[in-house]
Design a protein around this ligand. Structure first.
Ligand code: R5P
Length: 296
């Protein structure tokens, strides 16, 4: 039996698509925002002894979206839900999954503890920044990927896959394998840990006519656009970018539209506001993957 499906307010269109595919109705939730911004969440339907799923991306504003998710999980547990699976297509704070410099918080660890304390019994998520992240949880984590979706959009002729940094090579190897060992190269990138500024320094490997950069997320857009510029300087005639999570922080849409990249393909793991959409953008849906996993 398909569980009851709820949605937070971060990415309702995705939750609706998942429900359509599963041929069920989204279960109602009351989410009231007080004048000071605090939220009150109430489960309307009876969920006693039922399996429940809540879909919420913890994208910008990450803290608000996390709080809302904690409240929904808590409301479901207090109403007697047998289990609560949190589908978090984009898991916010995942880049702070370990200590980079002495004295830092491991933000993701705090988030994980809060999800478990609220009562989540399982997590389903997509293209995590590192494969070590599920180990931070004491509940099962299903780590799905949009890479097969991206692979299906790639024409291999005259093209090379590009990892925008050393950390992305694992992903590139997966997609290369899906495409019969398609060739790949890597951009060497430096990031200043204090300012967050990035610099693409050199390309390791052969560049072909078409360069296809694949990344887990685009935030400021700097990693991908700097890499694209360097690829053009090194012989690429066209650069296409693909990334699972369209984090799109302030100004990213313009940076991407004004760049040398010809097309930016992302998924709907994060709902993209109209003012963050741009001509070169194409969105593919991960709703099918979520629906399949919920049914499994
Ligand atoms: C970094 O290691 C990630 O995989 C992304 O490349 C990075 O977070 C993208 O951020 P931005 O778009 O701000 O350069």
């Amino acid at each position: 039996m398909v569980p009851k499906i709820f949605s937070g307010s971060a990415n309702r269109p995705l939750a609706e698509k998942v429900c359509q595919l599963l041929e069920v109705k989204l279960s109602p939730l009351e989410i009231h925002v007080f004048p000071d911004g605090e939220k009150r969440v109430r489960v309307v339907d009876r969920v006693l002894d039922q399996q429940c799923v809540v879909i919420q991306s913890t994208s910008i504003p990450a803290a608000d979206n996390y709080m809302e998710l904690f409240f929904i999980i808590d409301a479901l547990k207090r109403s007697g839900a047998k289990s609560v699976t949190a589908v978090i297509p984009y898991l916010g704070y995942q880049r702070q999954d370990h200590i980079f410099k002495d004295g830092e918080a491991v933000s993701l660890d705090v988030v994980v503890k809060a999800l478990e304390a609220a009562g989540a019994t399982k997590i389903i998520t997509f293209d995590l920044h590192t494969i070590k992240i599920p180990e931070l949880f004491n509940i099962p984590v299903t780590h799905l990927s949009a890479l097969p979706l991206f692979a299906s959009k790639i024409d291999k002729a005259g093209a090379v896959l590009i990892s925008p940094d050393m950390g992305g090579i694992r992903r590139i190897k997966i997609i290369s394998e899906l495409l019969g060992n398609m060739p790949y190269a890597t951009v060497a990138k430096d990031r200043d840990l204090d300012s967050g500024e990035v610099a693409a320094t050199k390309i390791e490997g052969e560049v072909s006519k078409i360069a296809i950069i694949v990344d887990d997320m685009i935030s400021s857009g700097k990693t991908i656009t700097m890499g694209a510029k360097l690829l053009k300087e090194n012989g690429a005639e066209e650069v296409i970018a693909m990334a699972t999570h369209a984090v799109f922080s302030e100004g990213a849409a313009k940076v991407l539209q004004d760049s040398v990249i010809s097309k930016v393909i992302v998924t709907d793991s994060i709902e993209i506001a109209e003012d963050k959409k741009f001509e070169k953008l194409e969105i593919v849906s991960i709703a099918g993957e979520i629906a399949k996993e919920i049914k499994a």
